[in-house]
Design a protein around this ligand. Sequence first.
Ligand SMILES: NC(=O)c1ccc[n+]([C@@H]2O[C@H](COP(=O)([O-])OP(=O)(O)OC[C@H]3O[C@@H](n4cnc5c(N)ncnc54)[C@H](OP(=O)(O)O)[C@@H]3O)[C@@H](O)[C@H]2O)c1
Length: 338
Amino acid sequence: MTEPAPPISKIKTLYDVYYSFRPNKPTFLPEDYPDLTGKTAIVTGCNTGIGYFVMKLLYSKNCNVIAVVRTESKGIEAREKVLEEIKESNGSISVVGGCDLLDMTSIKPAADKVKQALGDKPLNIIIHNAGLLSSSNDGFSKQGVEPMFSTNVMGPQLLQHFLDPLFLKKDSDLKRIVWVSSGAHLVAFSQYGINWENPGFINVPLDKRPEYKTLYGQSKAANILQAKAWYTKNQKIADEIGCVSVSCYPGNLKSEISRDFGTISRFVIMSLCWDVIYGAYSELYAALSPDLTAKDQGAYVVPFGEVQDPRNDLKVGLTNGSDLKLFEMVEDMIKDYF
Ligand SMILES: NC(=O)c1ccc[n+]([C@@H]2O[C@H](COP(=O)([O-])OP(=O)(O)OC[C@H]3O[C@@H](n4cnc5c(N)ncnc54)[C@H](OP(=O)(O)O)[C@@H]3O)[C@@H](O)[C@H]2O)c1
């Protein structure tokens, strides 16, 4: 850790919780999106949930979408559904299956397939949307890591490692990376959200793990740090090509993410949440809005498309090197799979 984190502000936390259930209305809507003819976007986890609507809206704006999913057949099914619903588009949807963020060895082969699907087209947008919220809080990734840290943090950073050479090119005026985070970062560990000694809870028995909310919160705090750290690591070229890297809390939505909650909890969650498409509005504000420029590196986009501060210690962590420290720790955990 760089320096002890400042105490968490209870007033800001209360405001953030209130805002998460009563966010401002979206103001950047599909009719405001630019035409994306000739542009390419990678969206992970778009066979369902928020990612599905992100894929559909991008395609409706003539974007070439590369859908990176775990199960190819689910990706193809989702593509067929979009093609059925959007009859007119100059874009395309290519499905790359086999990208399992719980197994680091699957990511390079998937990235190789992305390279093939991309061909010589520019890569404009990368949305690290796939994510896991596991209330059962059990098991380990293939590499022995706590599953939410593997899926939400290590996997996206490893995929990004392989995408960097395809993305970091001066070939277009639109270059964005969106690291999908969550308001759940509010319940992450007190020191910049991270359990610095062992964020992946490697070799920690299941009964010694913190509760699932803290672990999910940690992974989503890490996404906020990754967005800024990726920029800092690639600052020179990112500035040259005009790339903006941001995190995004899409909102509290009626998606499948709470699938393993009990019936009553799920009923309560669903009654408080918004239709899934609103999450796509947030992510597509982060990916497309002209409001976001070089001054917004590492910005935290909240529902349904505006920038606010994350938890106050994380805000500090974006400027005192904690972001880079986390990025380097993750780099160390994934480097064997480069
Ligand atoms: N819904 C909310 O209220 C909410 C709130 C805040 C943040 N978010 C974030 O928004 C993002 C999208 O969530 P969602 O609500 O759309 O959830 P969802 O409906 O559960 O969709 C999650 C997607 O991630 C994929 N995924 C999960 N584990 C994976 C793995 N190991 N390898 C590859 N892909 C994997 C899933 O693929 P499979 O179908 O193969 O499982 C699915 O496509 C996540 O990052 C989530 O943390 C959601």
